[in-house]
Ligand binder design. Structure first.
Ligand SMILES: Nc1ncnc2c1ncn2[C@@H]1O[C@H](COP(=O)(O)OP(=O)(O)O)[C@@H](O)[C@H]1O
Ligand SMILES: [Mg+2]
Length: 348
């Protein structure tokens, strides 16, 4: 079965798409593509957490249109689409709302769309996240070595794939979200390219310690978070831009590395998500881990398509009626909801 996964994450930078062949054995990413959202659309997505009901209602359709238009070409090659949608608000274990109207995507592409994956997990007592471990296990698990797969999107998360079959996964806190917020405020740019400004800065250790004392970092897994917790209010009003970025980069690296190492010492550390492009952050992580990091590309999953590929596999699991919430703390549940397109009129 060929499934197209669509993902727009907390960074609100654009849509990642991955066409995945799933069936027996390891799945394969056949094609992938990303589109960047135009700046006004990105601002609209970033503002969703504070938007009115009317704005959210209209954004639901606009996001469905944007997803559907961007996905048209790849969708031709897919049997079904898995769409994560855009998160409006996520309260771990209680409620999680993703929008991007599946009916619109189905109408624009002519394909069945599986969406709304998180509510079923929450209904089964789970956190609603992270859902990528189901795909990580299929793509990367190895009987001979322990593997950690890091995803550095807006929020960072880790999937631990033990050679004994144990799977653990949780969010570790900020990925790019605070770095991007600081880049928007101080550099007037969507992000600090390659971490170049952060690299020139000095870490403010007092501030770093204050940040690290946040009780969320000590909360044991399973846990998930979002921009509700790691939002603009973390960004200091004062300070040299380079120093603020350097300190935030250190915060991101330390929280990601220390919580990963609490699972064990992995033989292999793979990275997906836009953070892979932040050289300064990756170098910081390599120092903390003491080993080089590798992109998920080395296992056939392009770093910028890993989450989209995961939502393709979650749609495949839905079609097969396979529970896919393997690491959220929830009882096993089939995740998602199906929208089918109207068939084109038959000639009589
Ligand atoms: N060249 C780069 N240098 C630094 N950061 C980058 C670069 N390219 C992408 N990023 C970061 O990756 C983010 C997008 O990552 P992504 O995996 O799409 O996150 P999400 O899943 O939250 O949308 C951007 O917002 C930016 O912070
Ligand atoms: Mg993105």
């Amino acid at each position: 079965m060929r499934v197209l996964g669509l993902m727009s994450g907390t960074s609100c930078d654009g849509l990642s798409m991955a066409l995945v062949e799933a069936g027996r054995g390891r799945p394969r990413v056949l094609e992938h593509r990303s589109v960047s959202w135009p700046a006004p659309f990105r601002r609209r997505l970033l503002a969703l957490p504070g938007a009115t009901a009317a704005e959210i209602c209209e954004a639901n359709v606009a996001i469905g249109e944007a997803f559907g238009k961007a996905a048209r070409t790849l969708a031709k090659k897919a049997d079904v689409i898995g769409s994560h949608g855009q998160t409006v608000w996520h309260v771990p274990g209680k409620a999680s709302l993703q929008i991007g109207e599946p009916s619109v995507i189905a109408a624009l592409t002519g394909k069945p769309v599986v969406a709304d994956f998180r509510p079923a997990d929450i209904a089964a007592g789970g956190q609603g996240a992270p859902l990528v471990p189901f795909a990580d296990r299929l793509f990367f698990a190895n009987k001979n070595i322990d593997i950690a797969v890091l995803n550095i999107g807006g929020i960072a998360n880790v999937t631990w794939l033990g050679r004994d079959g144990r799977v653990a996964a949780f969010d570790t806190g900020p990925g790019n979200c605070l770095l991007d917020a600081a880049a928007r405020r101080f550099l007037k740019k969507p992000y600090d390219r390659d971490g170049a400004t952060a690299k020139r800065g000095k870490v403010d250790f007092r501030r770093l310690e204050e940040w690290l004392a946040h009780p969320w970092f000590e909360t044991p897994p399973p846990k998930s978070t979002g921009r509700e917790l790691f939002g603009e209010d973390w960004i200091p009003k004062r300070g040299k831009p380079a120093d603020v970025l350097a300190t935030l980069t250190r915060l991101t690296a330390i929280t990601l590395a220390s919580q990963t190492l609490a699972c064990g010492r992995p033989a292999e550390i793979l990275v997906g998500g836009g953070g892979w492009r932040n050289r300064f952050l990756i170098e910081g992580l390599e120092t903390l881990f003491g080993v080089p990091l590798r992109p998920t590309d080395d296992y056939g999953v392009p770093w910028d398509a890993r989450e989209a590929a995961a939502f393709a596999l979650l749609a495949w699991a839905f079609v097969r009626r396979v529970p896919a919430n393997i690491a959220t703390g929830g009882r096993p549940a089939v995740l998602g909801r199906l929208t089918i397109p109207t068939p084109s009129p038959r000639r009589t």
